[in-house]
Ligand binder design. Structure first.
Ligand SMILES: [Zn+2]
Length: 147
């Protein structure tokens, strides 16, 4: 078969169109921005639901609610010991029931069960100060992970 040859010089040079490219302006390529760019991924790791990965809080929200530090071990009325980390804020939680001070681990704070908004796993409790409007959360160490 007589294929048309493909290696012939183009008979119609592109007219006009090629101009738009031109000699580009000097590209700044890989030039460090004067070295003053700090690492931007310094955000503390998130605390996520261990079961489904929903973001619940962040490590910089961890604080010491009790004298023992941010992580305390508390006993339920039934005798269960729970390791709890206290955080100033949390999100994506579903609060269950009405606040109560019964058996509270933090005097003056009423608690409610907080479940994961993603999967319903029990992740901890929300603590509301009586009247003052202050609140914090206690998260079950066993139920959260670093995201
Ligand atoms: Zn979950």
């Amino acid at each position: 078969m007589a294929h048309p040859r493909l290696d012939t010089k183009a008979e119609m040079p592109p007219s006009g169109e090629g101009k738009s490219r031109g000699p580009g302006p000097d590209r700044v390529e890989g030039s460090p921005s004067s070295g003053e760019a700090p690492a931007q991924d310094e955000a503390p790791p998130a605390l996520v639901c261990r079961a489904c990965g929903t973001a619940i809080s962040r490590e910089d929200a961890v604080f010491s609610a009790a004298e023992g530090g941010a992580v305390g071990v508390y006993a339920n009325p039934g005798g269960w010991l729970r390791r709890v980390v206290t955080v100033r804020w949390a999100e994506n939680l579903r609060l269950v029931g009405e606040p109560t001070e019964e058996f509270t681990w933090f005097p003056g704070f009423a608690w409610r069960v907080a479940e994961c908004g993603g999967c319903g796993q029990h992740l901890g409790w929300r603590y509301d100060a009586a009247g003052a409007g202050a609140a914090f959360y206690g998260l079950l160490v066993a139920a959260v992970a670093r995201g």
